[in-house]
Design a protein around this ligand. Structure first.
Ligand code: NZQ
Ligand code: ZN
Length: 390
């Protein structure tokens, strides 16, 4: 196990009607005027936005709002939010929604006190040293942004989808998580979210770091719980217990605890970000296509942990033939993804002829000549994985 520092100070307030505590939580973290950020309208239709505003009013917290954030969020909304936040002199960011809304709010929170262009943080030209405080009201378990210090934004000009990781500055102060708020999720979004959280665990699980027994078991156990509950929420969208377990799993998957002491991988995420940048697909569905192809490649190039994954997560019997075990694990994972309604090929994702050369080229342009750590992938390797996914 490697040396590590793990600091995850977000206060998670979990359960029924917890959104009514939002105003008190903003106050607790010294907010006096909040910029509420939301998406395309689900929070208006469900009445959640009204309830959140009432709870702010009750505590005397002033607020302004910006809606219209789209999935795979882009930079114009960030600039709009920075302008609005500065004009209105807000001191708190309150995203009400999913990863796209939260990530937009995080970029705004870092952008408001910064003199330059917020995009500098995503290109690595600058590192955010401070940000406005952020509190989250989560409506979809998926990206894990409620407990992460990351933000992922696409620059419209050039379609560059880049991520920023600064936990010490961008981790939300609190996250309100009411599983009942997720009852209205379309099955596609539920399943995409489930795939994304599984991928967040797998990006950490597939490591060459030795002696990670606790982390391994945490990853495997959480994955098994997700698989079990996923089959229930897809059939019974209003099953509170299953929704609650899935919601909490989404946070555990990405707040860092599943990766402590390990060198993490992240190649599949970077490969998917190119797909969603170019074709605007749902992030989790893109991962359902990329991850099985990545695992198939690993069965030939670093089979050890893939065989362990097959055995411990997918109940493939142990045998001498590790590659056969690994491939049977991939087959079982694909069958599960199909069962929850996910695609596992580009065609099933709705992309008939993906421009693989462009994907490979953009990936290495953005992420360097080698991507990932479990096996460091060059252009030939990433091309092979994209082709396997086709
Ligand atoms: O916009 P509205 O109308 O709210 O509808 C949303 C949106 O269309 C809908 N939705 C959300 N909650 C709902 C609901 N519909 C009905 N009832 C509800 N309760 O779901 C759609 C998807 O929302 P989005 O926020 O895009 O989903 P998600 O949380 O999956 O976020 C995806 C984004 O996060 C990034 C992804 O790349 C993608 O851009 N990621 C962010 C990460 C992070 N910050 O740590 C890590 C991830 O790996 C990921 O890359
Ligand atoms: Zn993800």
């Amino acid at each position: 196990m490697n040396n590590f520092m793990f600091y995850s100070p977000t206060e998670f307030v979990f359960g029924k009607e917890t959104e009514l505590q939002t105003g008190a939580l903003v106050k607790k973290f010294h907010g006096t005027k909040a910029l509420i950020v939301f998406g395309g309208g689900s929070v208006l239709r469900s009445g959640l936005l009204e309830r959140v505003k009432e709870s702010l009013d009750k505590e005397g917290i002033a607020h302004v709002e910006m809606g219209g954030v789209q999935p795979n969020p882009t930079d114009p909304k960030v600039y709009e939010g920075i302008g609005l936040g500065r004009r209105e002199k807000v001191d708190f960011l309150l995203p009400v929604g999913g990863g796209s809304v939260i990530d937009t709010a995080k970029a705004i929170a870092a952008g408001i006190p910064y003199d330059g262009d917020f995009w500098d943080f995503f290109t690595g030209k600058a590192v955010p040293e401070k940000a406005l405080r952020i509190g989250v009201v989560l409506t979809i378990p998926a990206a894990g942004s409620e407990g992460s210090g990351n933000s992922v934004i696409t620059k419209t000009d050039g379609l560059k989808k880049l991520s920023l990781r600064t936990p010490e500055v961008l981790r939300p102060a609190f996250a309100v998580m009411n599983p009942e708020l997720t009852y209205t999720l379309p099955a596609w979004q539920t399943a995409s979210g489930i795939t994304d959280m599984m991928a967040h665990i797998m990006e950490r699980y597939f490591t060459n770091t030795a002696d990670t027994e606790v982390t391994d078991r945490l990853c495997e156990g959480t994955l098994k719980a997700i698989i079990k509950e996923a089959l229930t929420v897809i059939k019974e969208p209003e099953n509170y217990g299953a929704r609650a377990n899935i919601m909490w799993a989404g946070t555990i998957a990405h707040n860092g605890i599943c990766g402590v002491g390990c060198e993490e991988d992240w190649a599949s995420h970077f490969m998917e970000h190119e797909v969603s940048a170019l074709y605007d697909v749902t992030h989790g569905a893109g991962l359902a296509v990329i991850f099985p192809a990545w695992l198939t490649y690993m069965a030939d190039h670093n089979v050890r942990k893939v065989a362990q994954f097959a055995n411990r997560v997918w109940d493939v019997p142990a045998s001498e033939d590790k590659k056969a075990m690994a491939l049977e694990g991939v087959a079982r994972m694909k069958a599960f993804l199909h069962e929850i309604g996910m695609p596992t090929t580009f065609r099933e994702l709705g992309i008939e002829n993906p421009d693989i050369s462009a994907l490979v080229c953009r990936l290495h342009e953005n992420k360097g000549e080698f991507v990932g750590n479990y096996v460091k992938l060059d252009r030939q390797a990433t091309r092979q994985i994209y082709e396997t996914a086709n």
